[in-house]
Design a protein around this ligand. Structure first.
Ligand SMILES: [Zn+2]
Length: 230
């Protein structure tokens, strides 16, 4: 998508740094996961057990916990109220597994307790899905045929994607906060184990910050470009 407009000064000054930051954050989360998934936690708690404990702590019932393929593919699916944990998390008693599984269970707790940012996020999700497909084509079409209204509409749709990613931040940070609360209060992890899990969650949170920065960089570039050539 960033290549649609060719390589201009905004691509070099905005998009490239944002993308480098994003890639660096991806590398960081992968390396934190790799390191902490090798550390066995002292109490021998697997990811599946940790998810159960977090759900019990928040009094959440009726959530299924399943194993799914892939690496770092762990997620909570609100449509089916299911926590899906990757093999390395589900059945492994590592520090990383407890952190990640507890975080996903934190999302299930948000859902059960109707946490407001997750509701806002889900409400704007359908428009964002359409927006992410149409925003750039609309802007380019408006630019080519000289219809400014289309450019504005495209920019508005693209801005909505950034809003979605902004609302994602409290959702992600709150899920990790809920996870750490249970980890600390129930003493699932202690000492360096606890700090290791926190590092994995912090690194994961930074990938969401990076995604927002990439979108803002794109938005700013679109605005500057279309404004200049208007
Ligand atoms: Zn999350």
């Amino acid at each position: 998508m960033p290549f649609y407009l060719g390589i201009d000064e905004y691509f070099l000054l905005l998009i490239i740094p944002a993308m480098i930051f994003s890639i660096a954050m991806q590398i960081m989360v992968k390396s934190a996961y790799k390191k902490q998934s090798r550390v066995r936690n002292a109490r021998g708690i697997t990811g599946a057990m940790a998810a159960q404990l977090v759900l019990a702590y928040y009094g959440v019932t009726g959530v299924r916990i399943e194993m799914t393929r892939g690496r770092l593919s762990d997620h909570y699916d609100p449509r089916t109220n299911t926590i899906r944990l990757s093999e390395g998390v589900y059945q492994t008693a590592s520090v990383a597994a407890v952190g990640i599984a507890a975080h996903e269970a934190g999302h299930a707790a948000q859902h059960a307790q109707s946490y407001v940012p997750i509701k806002v996020r889900n409400a704007i999700l359908p428009v964002c899905n359409i927006g992410s497909m149409l925003a750039v084509p609309l802007m380019l079409l408006g630019y080519w045929i000289g219809f400014f209204g289309l450019i504005t509409l495209g920019l508005a749709l693209y801005a909505l994607i950034a809003v979605f990613q902004l609302v994602t931040l409290p959702v992600e940070f709150n899920a990790s906060r809920r996870a750490m609360e249970v980890i600390d209060r129930q003493r699932l992890l202690e000492g360096s184990d606890r700090d290791g899990a926190k590092k994995v969650l912090n690194a994961a949170a930074m990938t969401y910050v990076a995604a927002l920065i990439v979108s803002l960089a794109n938005l700013l570039r679109f605005m500057l470009r279309f404004n200049r050539r208007r």
